[in-house]
Design a protein around this ligand. Structure first.
Ligand code: HEM
Length: 380
């Protein structure tokens, strides 16, 4: 070695800032690339012991059925209903009632279910974890769960998140005048994300997205075009797009085409085990409540919970405008309460993705008519 060589390779003391030598930290335990990166088709035997008993925070002896049976169900339901009409400052209720946003939360939990492999669904409260909780379509469902946290604390392990979320959907319907068929408890929470379920082939680079709606993609899951005879969605998927629960509200290619939407809805909901009648009842009925929120462009909304800094992961996408709630709330980018005239949409929109001209014929309305038809929001 020549005398001009400055590299410190001294064998009897560690060079550099790191305890085991060197200045630059590379990967850490479990970080990619891992075995899966090099051998994606390998047999993942570890999937057989997911949510293993040893790791169960409730302990091997915990009997959920017995714990659930201790609950005074009538009191629980009245506690939930009281919460639904008790508006809080950090997330004021639309029209003084949290029912609609809770119904959306409960349905987004159930709506990941697909019949082909039986995966998804509300059964283990996976909405609390990525990827599902960080899908763009689950924007602000984190607020619904945060609102429910006092009830969860009050009832503790006797009431799983999974049961609480579905029961709150039921209570919301009852509170708004709809009779329900009753409730069956017994959903055991998972305590870690399910990274075994296949949610479709599309991947985005979380470090290079300008806006969270860029995660919404259908680029690889379909064969053919909507309307073709051989149009087909990869099995076992049911959702038409990555990061959406059901279909794109703007139409298959964000083109506002109702017939194209109907085709995608029929495929999606059939794969969720629903016939046409049930599908119409659900979608039309579900949208008899609540509103759509779009006061801030998607590109201005902060990172998804999973990508947020660790101290704000539980709080979801940060909305930097105004209070970030109430009249400034932004969820999917379309603003306004539902109207019976869906083809002459009166919405104002701020999302870049939602702003494509073809998405809503209502954008051709004159400004005066639009002003008359765009609702105002006394309370949120
Ligand atoms: C084709 C399927 C569906 C699509 C494309 C869709 C789309 C949407 C969109 C875009 C919003 C506005 C979200 C926001 O900005 O806050 C919304 C809200 C809502 N959806 Fe759906 N939805 C579908 C199915 C359903 C179903 C099956 C239900 C329940 C049975 C449901 C219940 C609701 C409720 C209650 C709201 C209002 C939430 C609130 O007021 O905060 N949706 N939906």
């Amino acid at each position: 070695m020549g005398t001009d060589d400055q590299t410190n390779t001294c064998s009897f003391h560690m060079s550099g800032a790191l305890p085991a030598g060197g200045d630059h930290l590379g990967g850490t335990f479990g970080q990619s690339p891992t075995l899966d990166s090099w051998y994606p088709q390998r047999l993942r035997v570890e999937l057989l012991h997911r949510n293993g008993v040893d790791a169960d925070p409730l302990g091997a002896d915990f009997d959920y059925a017995a714990a659930f049976a201790t609950i005074d169900f009538t009191t629980l339901k009245s506690d939930i209903k009281r919460l639904l009409t008790t508006s809080v400052d950090w997330w004021p209720a639309d029209y003084g009632n949290y029912g609609p946003q809770m119904i959306r939360m409960a349905w987004h939990a159930a709506g990941t279910y697909r019949i082909a492999d039986g995966r998804g669904g509300a059964g283990t409260a996976m909405q609390r974890f990525a990827p599902i909780g960080s899908w763009w379509d689950n924007g602000n469902t984190d607020k619904s769960r945060r609102l429910l946290q006092p009830i969860k604390h009050q009832y503790g392990n006797a009431l799983s998140w999974a049961d609480l979320m579905v029961l709150t959907g039921n209570c919301s319907l009852e509170l708004m005048g709809l009779p329900t068929y009753g409730f069956g408890g017994g959903r055991l929470d998972a305590w870690e994300p399910d990274d075994g379920t296949w949610w479709g082939p599309e991947v985005w680079n979380p470090h290079a997205v300008a806006s969270p709606d860029e995660m919404v993609s259908r680029d690889e899951r379909w064969h053919g075009q909507n309307g073709d005879a051989d149009y087909d969605l990869q099995s076992p998927l049911a959702a038409s797009h990555q990061a959406l629960i059901y279909v794109n509200p703007e139409g298959p290619y964000s083109n506002g085409d109702p017939l194209g939407s109907a085709r995608d809805i029929r495929i999606t909901f059939t794969r969720m085990a629903m016939n046409d009648e049930e599908t119409v009842a659900l979608i039309a009925g579900g949208h008899a409540f609540g509103k759509s929120h779009g006061q801030v462009p998607a590109s201005d909304i902060g990172p998804s919970p999973e990508k947020a800094p660790i101290e704000s992961m539980g709080l979801g996408w940060h909305n930097p405008v105004g209070t970030g709630s109430a009249e400034h709330t932004s969820t999917n980018g379309i603003e306004g309460s539902w109207t019976p005239t869906s083809r002459t949409c009166s919405r104002t929109t701020t999302s870049r993705r939602k702003a494509r001209p073809a998405r809503c014929s209502g954008h051709r309305l004159t400004r005066r008519r639009r002003r008359l038809r765009t609702p105002t929001y006394p309370v949120r």
